[in-house]
Write a protein that binds this ligand. Structure first.
Ligand SMILES: Cc1ncc(COP(=O)(O)O)c(C=O)c1O
Length: 380
């Protein structure tokens, strides 16, 4: 049986147009404001967004930068991490987590995730720490925070900085504390599809440490703490001011949008709980998951998962896979010398993962169509 349906019944993986419709006026006013005052680089909108985002994360400082990969690189550089240093991160994350480490000149050291939540596994981290480890880089994958207390326990008071990759977790909380306030420093991306997304590339570093923030302010702006002072080399990776205006218009809606994602995820959870052939990715107790991605696992391996994915696409359902290949099996990280089998939990997950459409504006009817189609495909 074909699942072909009229295109107007399509359910996209994300719907940026639907989000824009809710904020169009505020965004247009913000863009007009920047154009009217012609402060196109840094200026009041960047400073205001930084203050507003820092407050949302519950930390003192935010430094706006050009994207999430630069945010990771700068966070590590600001900590003085570079060549000869090792940074431990999960094998199951987006490639940019490792690229940020490599761009800082440090060596990524991969660790496995746990099978229930797919978050960085403290037991695996314990095996990967060494004399050169300078930072631990947990990723708050899919919108839920890594097990920070257990990871801290493994670090056991050693001089290892915790750097959060919160690109997928703006507004997520763990035991009441927000992502961004759970380590020494945190890096985020405002890529358009993120829970807080700009209208182009953008990112930020947040920290409660004012000295570190001052260092970041210089690093993102030619290494210049004050105009025409250059005590060290830096970069040009500032947050674009028009993007700051977009982010300022959207930030007041973030909590409400995250709540709507959580409600949508709860519906999927309920409707899929007894589905044969699916295995859930669970929420770690204590976490307020904000479902940047709603992932399930299709039992039976990559071939079956890919068949299911193909059938969903035929039915115009924008499912995805985050991510089909763990980092240690990518060409980009070949130099680490890993082999298949090195991180078995991440590998098994990569062959089974399936992401379903989720965004604040998804309707119950759209979710019903996703679930009905998925259950039919799984049966067939
Ligand atoms: C976990 C994670 N880290 C880092 C990044 C990099 O962010 P950007 O694309 O803004 O460079 C992303 C997203 O793209 C991400 O999902």
């Amino acid at each position: 049986m074909s699942d072909a349906v009229p295109l107007n019944d399509a359910v996209p993986l994300v719907d940026l147009g639907a989000a824009h419709a809710e904020v169009a006026e505020a965004i247009e006013a913000g863009l007009r404001r920047v154009i009217a005052n012609t402060a196109f680089v840094l200026g009041p909108d960047v400073a205001a967004f930084e203050a507003e985002f820092a407050a949302a994360c519950g930390v003192r400082r935010c430094v706006g930068v050009s994207n999430g990969t630069d945010a990771l690189e700068l966070a590590l550089r600001a900590l003085g991490i570079g060549p000869g240093d090792e940074v431990v991160l999960p094998a199951n994350t987006f490639i940019a987590t490792a690229l940020g480490v490599m761009r800082a000149g440090a060596t990524p050291v991969l660790a496995d995730c746990d099978a229930e939540h797919l978050l960085l596994d403290p037991a695996s981290v314990a095996q990967r720490l060494g004399a050169r480890t300078r930072a631990l880089l947990p990723v708050h994958l899919y919108g839920q925070i890594a097990p920070m207390e257990a990871l801290q326990q493994v670090l056991d008071g050693r001089a290892i900085d915790v750097v959060e990759d919160m690109a997928q977790a703006q507004g997520a909380r763990r035991n009441g504390r927000a992502a961004g306030a759970l380590g020494r420093v945190a890096a985020t991306s405002f890529y358009p599809g993120k829970n807080l997304g700009a209208y182009g590339d953008a990112g930020a570093v947040v920290t409660d440490d004012p000295a570190l923030a001052d260092r970041l302010v210089a690093l993102r702006n030619y290494g210049s703490p004050r105009k025409y002072q250059h005590p060290e080399p830096g970069f040009n990776c500032r947050l674009d001011t028009l993007q700051a205006a977009v982010l300022r218009a959207k930030l007041p809606l973030l909590a409400q949008w995250n709540a709507r994602r959580r409600a949508a995820a709860a519906r999927y959870d309920a409707w899929l709980s007894s589905a044969d052939g699916l295995r859930p990715v669970r929420t770690l107790p204590g976490n307020e998951h904000i479902f940047h991605i709603y992932a399930v696992r299709v039992r039976g391996g990559a071939e079956r998962r890919d068949r299911v994915l193909g059938r969903l696409h035929e039915a115009h359902i924008g499912a995805g896979v985050h991510y089909p290949e763990p980092l240690h099996l990518t060409g980009a990280l070949r130099s680490l010398g890993h082999r298949r089998g090195d991180f078995p939990v991440a590998e098994a997950a990569a062959g089974e993962l399936l992401s379903l459409p989720i965004y604040p504006q998804i309707t119950v009817a759209q979710q019903e169509r996703v679930v009905e189609t998925l259950l039919r495909v799984l049966r067939g």
